[in-house]
Design a protein. Sequence first.
Length: 88
Amino acid sequence: MDFYAILDQVIALLRQRQRVTYRALKVQFQLDDDALEALKEELIEAQHLAADEAGRILVWIGDAGAMPLATSIPASTQDRAPLTYTPF
């Protein structure tokens, strides 16, 4: 099965159950150690949807008031020219 298809299924499972052991994920999705590590990295580090608990459990944190980590100026205000010009 495709990695991202498994990732989507794990996200759905975590949303529903909130907490899942790594062992259960390995059994449910026939993951080897490398695939499990890639999955953990994607969920915890890349997407910030889950957290590791005691090295044994994956905990859902995804919908808990997700705020962007970095705020930026909206593109519509970045590209605007100044309204007036005041020479020095």
